[in-house]
Design a protein around this ligand. Structure first.
Ligand code: GRF
Length: 195
């Protein structure tokens, strides 16, 4: 599910196509018709559906999303720049089967424009986080993180670009891990197993 550019979606789709990730994208959902990611999905021959969210009631909107996802028989929901909070009903419909990626080392800098937040704060290291989704924003047990060093010459934009490159790498890794089922969630901790 995405709301914009869709570069994370594209990286995942590429990894699948190149045989680096054993998965299938059943449907791409967007809440914005002008999301570039929707076009990319259609160009790749994938089913891509827009359900406009403007003015929609959250519960009813999420039920529309759920209907599409269930019809497509998805067993893992990937949030890739989907700019909406999900209702408890949605989250409960896919228990520990929803992943999100966030462009900071959570729990630092949740929310919008995390790369700029990190750069402004003056951290020497930032990065990105793939985590299971729970009822709070940018919360939930952490599956994978990658660290990016902040150089003196970096701007918020160059930092964001470096983080994005890592996002494109670790999201597919995290998806592979979750699809293999080779982990156990203990409290907040996602422990790697050998399954
Ligand atoms: C990424 O930075 C991701 O971490 C955040 O939203 C952005 C989406 O970018 N959740 P894209 O649409 O995948 O290019």
């Amino acid at each position: 599910m995405l709301s914009g550019r869709g570069s994370n979606f594209e990286a995942i789709a590429r990894n699948i196509r190149e045989g680096k990730l054993d998965a299938e994208i059943s449907v791409v959902l967007s809440n914005r018709e002008n999301a570039v990611g929707l076009e990319t999905a259609r160009g790749l021959g994938l089913k891509a559906v827009c359900i406009p969210s403007r003015g929609a009631d959250r519960i009813e909107y999420d039920r529309l999303l759920l209907r599409e996802l269930k019809a497509a028989e998805v067993d893992l929901v990937i949030l890739a720049g989907f700019m909406r909070m999900l209702s408890a009903e949605f989250i409960d419909a896919f228990p520990q089967r929803i992943l999100n990626i966030h462009p900071s080392l959570l729990p630092a800098f949740p929310g919008l424009d995390a790369q700029h937040q990190a750069w402004s704060y003056g951290v020497r290291y930032s990065g990105c986080t793939v985590h299971f989704v729970d009822a709070q924003m940018d919360s939930g047990p952490i599956v994978q993180q990658a660290v990016v060093a902040v150089e003196d010459r970096d701007t918020a934009e160059t930092l964001a670009a470096k983080i994005l490159a890592e996002e494109h790498r670790i999201y597919s890794e995290a998806i592979a891990l979750v699809l293999r089922g080779s982990y156990a969630i203990e409290g907040r901790r996602v422990k790697r197993g050998s399954a």
